[in-house]
Structures are given as structure tokens and as C-alpha cells.
Design a protein around this ligand. Structure first.
Ligand SMILES: [Zn+2]
Ligand SMILES: [Zn+2]
Length: 285
């Protein structure tokens, strides 16, 4: 039993508020970067969700153990249980949490900390942190999106925060001012969530302000995101949903950014009009 079992959880985005009585509306779901995914706006609680068929699936996803709720809830995101010293880091998370999830993560070595890329995945983070007795690492610029305050939360500032010699949180901005990624040097991997979006073309990434409606970020934000990746060496870019990964490095991010900015300016469409595939490739940014 936790005090938060009966706290209001938004049925759309999964964000938990610090009271049984829900707020007038969920600010995160009413933000234009979110969507209701066709769901009526409403409220539930962890106690209510535990009476349903929902449960968490933990399985290998590439290098790490992934965690996702089934049937899918909210954004359908997948978190990662990333080995960290003799324990693990929970990278991003899902709103649903129960005893079974806790025990299975304990069997994998438990948690030493939690880091969350951006507010869409803040969900029930305090419940998790309290149960595992660990800190949560969030960029200072995302403080306005924390509605359930807790001493568990460590707000870091600046452009990067080293968890240890191998793992670094990097503020990229873009989607949210405090959007962060996790760089794992030994794996030459970045876990990016919505900092950049993996798309159907595996040679590129995209830059969305609002993913649900595919609203692009502006040119300045694209430049900020691209610059944030430059100091880091990586060969694999991993997204926030099951099996989302591409082979790519800083050059992938840079040329995606150049192309994206050309598209924002109308240049890309102009170059492609009336061209054969070969000639438009020659003009590709
Ligand atoms: Zn919401
Ligand atoms: Zn997002």
C-alpha cells in the first residue's frame, strides 16, 4: 500500500497528481505537444488500474531489458532497465506499477536511480522512486511540469550530468526545454525518447515539437538539438518504443537537421519538384 495508490492519474497521459481529488484539468494533456489519442479525458488511480487486465511486460529489447504495459496504456512507451554498477538505472517509465513489476525488477538487481527524458513519461515516477528508495534525475528546465513534488527528484542544470564515467544525461532541448537523452559510452548508444524521433527512413531522424500531430520544431530548436549531440560518440540511436533503434551517429543527426531545416524553409520541396530520383538524390542535403 502506498499513499499514492488512490491519487488521481490522468487517463490520457498517465500523469499522477498529489491528491485523491483530480485537478480541474490535466495541464500536460492540454498542452499542444500531447494528444488525447481519442480517449475521453478522465481520471483513474493505480488501485483501479490494478483491478484491470493491465500488467507490465519485461523483455529483452536490444542491449537492455525493456518494460512496457500490456494492453497498451497512455503513450505506449517502453522504459529500459539499464545496468548501472551492481544495480540498474530505470530510463523512462510507464504509469502502471504493481508488486509484480517491483519484484521482477528486484530479481534483475533492483534500481539505483531513475532518469526520465521528458514530461510525457513523468507519469507515476514518485510511486516508483518511493518503492525503490531511489532518486529521480530530471533537467531543471522541466521543473514546471512536475505536479507531484518530492524530495526524491534531483533537478540538474546545465548541458550534461554524469551519472558515472560511462553514462551521461545530456540536455538536448527541442521537444521540451529540459528534454534529456542518455548517452552510454561503453555501448556507443544514445537513448533518445522524443529528443529526436525515429522515422520510417532508417538513415534519418526527425525533430518534432508535437509528435501526436507531427508539428515540427523550429529552426533554432533543431540547431540546439543537433549541437547537443555533437560531443558524443555513438553508433546506435534507440527510440522510446519497443524495438525502435537505428544504426546512426552524430553525422546522422547533423544531416537530418540540415535536411529538416531545408524543408522548414521550403528549399527541400523546391529541389525535388520535377526531378528524377537520381537527380534529386544529387541535390540532397
Ligand atoms: Zn494528462
Ligand atoms: Zn513526448
Amino acid at each position: 500500500m502506498s499513499i499514492g495508490d488512490d491519487y488521481a492519474v490522468c487517463t490520457s497521459c498517465g500523469l499522477q497528481f498529489p491528491s485523491v481529488e483530480p485537478p480541474e484539468f490535466c495541464p500536460l494533456s492540454h498542452d499542444n505537444r500531447s494528444s488525447f489519442r481519442g480517449l475521453p479525458e478522465g481520471w483513474t488511480t493505480l488501485a483501479e488500474l490494478r483491478k484491470t487486465e493491465h500488467h507490465n511486460v519485461i523483455r529483452q529489447d536490444g542491449e537492455f531489458m525493456g518494460l512496457c504495459t500490456s494492453p497498451s496504456l497512455n503513450f505506449g512507451q517502453r522504459g529500459f532497465i539499464v545496468p548501472w554498477g551492481d544495480s540498474n538505472l530505470m530510463w523512462d517509465m510507464v504509469p502502471y506499477f504493481d508488486d509484480d513489476t517491483y519484484e521482477r525488477i528486484q530479481e534483475l538487481g533492483g534500481l539505483k536511480g531513475i532518469a526520465i527524458s521528458h514530461p510525457h513519461f513523468f507519469s507515476t515516477m514518485i510511486e516508483w522512486a518511493d518503492r525503490f528508495d531511489v532518486p529521480i534525475y530530471i533537467h531543471e528546465d522541466n521543473r514546471p511540469w512536475v505536479f507531484r513534488p518530492s524530495e526524491r527528484i534531483h533537478f540538474w542544470s546545465g548541458e550534461s550530468f554524469k551519472l558515472d564515467d560511462d553514462m551521461t544525461l545530456v540536455r538536448t532541448g527541442g521537444h521540451f526545454a529540459g528534454s534529456q537523452i542518455l548517452h552510454i559510452a561503453s555501448k556507443k548508444t544514445v537513448l533518445v525518447a522524443d529528443s529526436v524521433n525515429l522515422v520510417s527512413d532508417p538513415g534519418f531522424v526527425s525533430f518534432e515539437y508535437g509528435w501526436a500531430q507531427i508539428i515540427p520544431t523550429d529552426e533554432e530548436a533543431v540547431r540546439q538539438v543537433v549541437a547537443a549531440y555533437e560531443p558524443y560518440e555513438f553508433e546506435t540511436i534507440v527510440g522510446g518504443w519497443w524495438d525502435q533503434r537505428i544504426t546512426g551517429n552524430y553525422e546522422t543527426i547533423r544531416r537530418s537537421g540540415d535536411r529538416f531545416i531545408a524543408a522548414l524553409r521550403g528549399d527541400l520541396a523546391a529541389r525535388n519538384v520535377g526531378m528524377s530520383p537520381a537527380s534529386s538524390a544529387a541535390y540532397a542535403v
